[in-house]
Design a protein around this ligand. Structure first.
Ligand code: 5AD
Ligand code: SF4
Length: 410
């Protein structure tokens, strides 16, 4: 989501105002730091980075430092107090006017060249909903990003069409809960169908999903539209019903498990990934084992695991943080180890198979590509493959990455 917001600002600054990105802070007139508040660790990282940015001001006194994103929304006053070198703070709720504010304050007329110098990427992110109404008890998002809003349907179609015309092959639709997209009677399923009909756009991905909003119509759409990639990121968070209830996730493990089975049955070759939080208040060894066992049973293609981090304003913040830092670390590493083992087994089964990939980048003689299921494949090749879709045969696996060779030459 933050990468997408940064891209939007980059797009506005470069297309409307002719600004361009530089490769190093040393050459910049303006530095924009986009921040995250989801866990306290992200905020600590941002604080120390702002300190480092201030040092660049000693070398270039004209440098302007702009802090944007959730942390700017939540802790703007603190940032201002602690870092005198920061010139502008714009919260996440003001994302749409960010570029405008920056231009107004800092760019002179020299920059207003109006030349279209934005280069669309092979894969572009498109935000379709902002904010969230779910109020999971641990989560700060509803407080820093506000209530859920769906972006105008026609705007989204126009945006994806413009991207496809300018070389984008895949769009990743983003939102805290894309399944609940609704704009003037257009729901997520309809939006997907309409985007799938855009010429020269070949792949559609989306994230993230809430298990409660994943209905049968949506499953059918994914199954029937070839352009929609069969990869579902479905955050489980925990497999203990006691913890799920305390998290206000509003589903049980049994419901989640049935949904996974349904997805696997209906969407051929689907890959399913998840998010897990360990060390939520009152998570006992038994609750933790429920989650660990569920991971062994479900066998996710991949997962992200997070140590619970108490965030102010949330309801969980008032609960006693019972699990020690050491224990959270241990649970985190147990889950990670188990999941890596499972993922490695799943991808090793792909050796010898033919996969359709989209080449995203070329670096040092190596093409970085992805399968329809979202697995990374590295291939020896040349730059001419970037942005192309072709078949590869998977030859080997190294640390959760696949290595393949091209079958049909372009
Ligand atoms: N502590 C730890 N993990 C969190 N997440 C969200 N809030 C917290 C928190 N307070 C995780 C959830 C979510 C992912 C994006 O971040 O697993 O799905
Ligand atoms: Fe946070 Fe829950 Fe909304 Fe996801 S669904 S953004 S975890 S409140």
């Amino acid at each position: 989501m933050n990468i997408c917001d940064s891209d939007t600002i980059d797009f506005s600054l470069s297309t409307i105002y002719g600004a361009s990105k530089v490769t190093d802070v040393l050459y910049a007139d303006v530095v924009i730091l986009n921040t995250c508040s989801v866990r306290s660790q992200s905020e600590q990282k941002a604080f120390s980075y702002i300190g480092r940015l201030e040092e660049f001001k000693l070398q270039n006194p004209n440098l302007k430092i702009v802090i944007i994103g959730c942390m700017a929304e939540r802790l703007g006053y603190k940032i201002k107090k602690r870092f005198s070198g920061v010139d502008l703070i714009i919260g996440s709720k003001d994302i749409n006017i960010t570029a405008f504010k920056i231009i107004n304050l800092y760019f002179t007329n020299n920059y207003l060249k109006k030349n279209f110098n934005y280069k669309f990427k092979v894969i572009e992110y498109v935000t379709i909903t902002s904010g969230c109404n779910n109020y999971c008890s641990y989560c700060i998002v509803p407080f820093v990003r506000g209530i859920e809003k769906s972006i105008n349907y026609q705007l989204l179609i126009d945006k994806c069409s413009l991207m496809a015309k300018n070389g984008t092959k895949e769009v990743m639709l983003l939102g805290q809960n894309v399944n609940s997209y609704k704009y003037n009677g257009v729901n997520f399923s309809l939006l997907l169908k309409r985007i799938a009909s855009i010429e020269n756009l070949y792949r559609i991905r989306f994230m993230t999903n809430h298990p409660n909003d994943f209905d049968d119509k949506l499953i059918d759409t994914i199954t029937n539209e070839y352009k929609i990639c069969p990869h579902i990121h479905l955050p489980m968070q925990s497999a203990s019903n006691k913890i799920l209830k305390a998290m206000n996730r509003k589903y049980t493990y049994e419901y989640y498990f049935n949904l996974v089975n349904k997805l696997r049955k209906k969407i051929p070759g689907v890959s399913i990934t998840t998010d897990i939080i360990v060390g939520f208040p009152n998570e006992t060894e038994r609750d933790f084992n429920d989650t660990l066992n569920a991971i062994k049973t479900i066998k996710f293609d991949g997962l992200y695991v997070f140590k619970y981090s108490a965030r102010s304003n949330t309801t969980a913040f008032k609960m006693f943080d019972t699990v020690t830092t050491e224990e959270k670390k241990r649970r985190h590493s147990v889950i990670l180890k188990e999941s890596n083992k499972i993922s490695a087994k799943i991808i090793s089964k792909m050796i010898g198979s033919t996969q359709q990939v989209l080449a995203e980048k070329f670096d040092n003689g190596i093409i970085k590509s992805r399968t329809r299921t979202g697995h990374k494949v590295f291939i020896n090749g040349s730059e001419k493959y970037v942005g192309k879709i072709f078949n590869v045969i998977i030859k080997s696996v190294k640390v959760n990455s696949l290595y393949g060779s091209i079958i049909n030459k372009i």
